[in-house]
Design a protein around this ligand. Structure first.
Ligand SMILES: *Cc1c(COP(=O)(O)O)cnc(C)c1O
Length: 440
């Protein structure tokens, strides 16, 4: 069972993390959404601006990626109930409330949550260049950017990014489609099929023996020496963050369509797998804008890469890496293999998230097999990190008390597990994942 830690000195949290046991940390600095949103430095208008930009690009996306036609060029995922998975999970311990899954795993174009932030930042950059060059005005149909003349224009510009895989996939595919010269700097843990897919689309893939931090550093260095190159900075980008935040703004309508109420008597718990932090941070920001104090966000990390839990609980943020406390940052959850959290996101989330917890790779595999077996839904290991959350909140009485939740209120809650990736994993790879999981 997961051990929970709160209000203990940071030193004992470090010791707990070093033990590699699965732990939960409840944020002692949590405030009201209104207070907590202030330090983010971004506003509702910024997030709505991102949504408006995505609307302007929708006609282009329909033409460039026909799989987005049925949503009118809007990249959005389904929200599905998971009663069979819930029944399986409840064989070990009760879950108070209903389990739902947000299928970012099946987002079009790149099959992960990175289809939000990554694609948004490429579009943001393309729009800026095209407006400055007089190729478009904000009121025209942006699909003219797919013309040979515009491609020719974009081909004189370069984009670079460092990635563990999925961000590279999103940025590479989108950039290449517009005609940019794009280079993806991949860390050692990135999967071969992701590199192959990118190369087949004309993306330059640079491979490194080291982890994500090194891949990002190399990408950053290469871009610095080349003024024609735009570096997408996963560790600090406000643009990526805003691209993710749009998901939060859209959720109220999606929940409403499913008849789900969110208010003081019907809390919404959201569990987000966390790597460097931009994806979960951006989504959590959008959720707090949309639901205020009625939404409760938790970040989930591998026991071998608990960078956000470490940075937040010690208050050191990007001033400390998991390697500094002797943890190896080796995990099968590729999107989550990050040793040092984004300083921007850590500070932005300081008063907004309810907590962080860790889980082992084996737990992710077991949950992966359980979800396949129960709901017939197949995800990559990282995307299962959120699935531990409903048990943690359901069991933590001290946490309920802090929020004034009774068992009755908990029973009316919604647990939303953000399934962040897996839709494009090749079948042979998926079979290997499934074989790693133990079914109870
Ligand atoms: C990138 C990624 C995450 C986490 O996003 P960060 O912005 O790195 O925190 C979670 N799950 C998957 C599948 C990812 O690819």
């Amino acid at each position: 069972m997961t051990e929970s830690i709160d209000a203990k000195p940071a030193l004992s949290i470090v010791t707990e993390l070093q033990s590699l046991r699965e732990i939960a940390w409840f944020n002692p600095n949590l405030t009201s959404a209104e207070e907590g949103l202030k330090p983010v430095g971004l506003t509702r208008a910024d997030a709505e601006g991102a949504e408006a930009r995505l609307q302007r690009f929708a006609p282009l996306l329909v033409k460039a990626f026909p799989e987005t036609a049925n949503t009118g060029g809007i990249i959005e995922s389904d929200l599905v109930a998971a009663p069979l998975m819930q029944a399986e999970l409840e064989k070990t311990a009760p879950i108070l409330g209903q389990l739902w899954i947000k299928k970012d795993s099946h987002l079009p174009i790149s099959g992960s949550i990175k289809a939000r932030g990554g694609i948004y930042e490429v579009l943001f950059h393309a729009e800026k260049l095209a407006l400055a060059a007089g190729l478009i005005t904000p009121s025209v149909d942006y699909s003219i950017l797919l013309s040979p003349e515009c491609r020719q224009f974009f081909s004189q510009h370069k984009i670079a990014v460092g990635s563990t895989g999925n961000l590279g996939l999103s940025i590479g595919i989108m950039s290449a489609r517009l005609g940019f010269q794009v280079t993806v700097h991949m860390s050692a843990d990135a999967r071969q099929w992701k590199k192959d897919k990118l190369r087949s689309q004309g993306v330059i893939v640079m491979e490194y023996e080291q982890d994500y931090g090194v891949a990002v550093e190399q990408g950053r260095k290469g871009a610095e020496s080349d003024p024609a190159c735009f570096f997408i900075d996963d560790e600090n980008s406000r643009t990526l963050f805003l691209g993710y935040s749009v998901a939060g703004l859209r959720l109220p309508k999606q929940l409403q369509d499913k008849g789900i109420i969110v208010d003081a008597d019907h809390p919404l718990f959201v569990y987000l797998p966390c790597g460097v932090g931009g994806g979960p941070g951006g989504v959590a920001f959008g959720l707090k804008l949309a639901f205020g104090d009625h939404v409760h966000c938790f970040f989930a990390e591998p026991t071998h890469s608990p960078c956000m839990l470490l940075g937040m609980s010690t208050g050191l943020h990007d001033g400390i890496a998991v390697q500094d406390i002797g943890i190896d940052n080796k995990t099968a959850a590729d999107g989550l293999a990050v040793g040092r959290a984004s300083g921007f996101v850590g500070r932005a989330m300081e008063q907004l998230i309810d907590g962080c917890y860790t889980l082992s790779d084996q737990s992710m595999y077991d949950l992966l097999a359980m979800l396949d077996h129960s709901e017939g839904l197949q995800l990559e290991p990282s995307a299962l990190a959120g699935m531990r959350g409903p048990h943690i909140t359901s069991a933590e009485h001290a946490y309920w008390v802090q929020h004034g939740f009774s068992a009755e209120i908990m029973a009316k809650s919604t647990h939303l597990v953000w399934a962040t990736g897996g839709g494009m994993v090749p079948d042979s790879e998926m079979q290997r994942y499934l074989a790693q999981g133990k079914l109870r």
